[in-house]
Design a protein around this ligand. Structure first.
Ligand SMILES: [Mg+2]
Length: 148
């Protein structure tokens, strides 16, 4: 049987972008783009349940799991720090499955787990969009039920 391809977003799904953004802004109120500081992406905290959820998805023999994240384009650090984050928290196997793309609609597959429904091509994705953080999928527990 052909495996189902699952794409998992990073910011707001695997890592706590919003929390780090708020903390960085509070520490340095004049700053316009906290996310452009050295170490911002590398030091993001994993969101609750995210690492265990990835282990669960990856152990499902019916699924082929990738990370699909859009870059912060003006910030060159984000490309390397996202890769570092994945190695630190999920290991080299997932680094080999890390896709950094400004247009998620170009990837073919069955599921996209993302906290935004549009803006980076999510609305053009041909498979099912699982809207992380929505009323239907407020957290990883609800998302994992989709995959049995
Ligand atoms: Mg996101």
């Amino acid at each position: 049987m052909k495996k189902k391809i699952v794409y998992v977003d990073m910011d707001g799904v695997l890592c706590d972008f919003a929390g780090a953004y708020t903390t960085a802004q509070a520490a340095n109120p004049g700053i316009q783009y906290p996310q452009s500081q050295y170490g911002f992406f590398r030091n993001l905290k994993p969101l609750a349940g995210a690492l265990a959820a990835m282990a669960s998805l990856r152990s499902n023999p019916e699924l082929d799991v990738y990370i699909l994240t859009a870059p912060s384009i003006p910030n060159p650090l984000c490309y390397s720090e996202k890769r570092e984050w994945v190695e630190t928290h999920l290991g080299m196997d997932m680094v080999r499955r890390l896709i950094i793309s400004p247009n998620k609609g170009l990837n073919k597959g069955d599921f996209l787990i993302d906290d935004h429904k549009e803006g980076r091509g999510q609305d053009e994705f041909e498979g099912r969009l699982i809207h992380f953080g929505s009323a239907q999928f407020p957290g990883w527990g609800e998302v994992l039920r989709v995959f049995g």
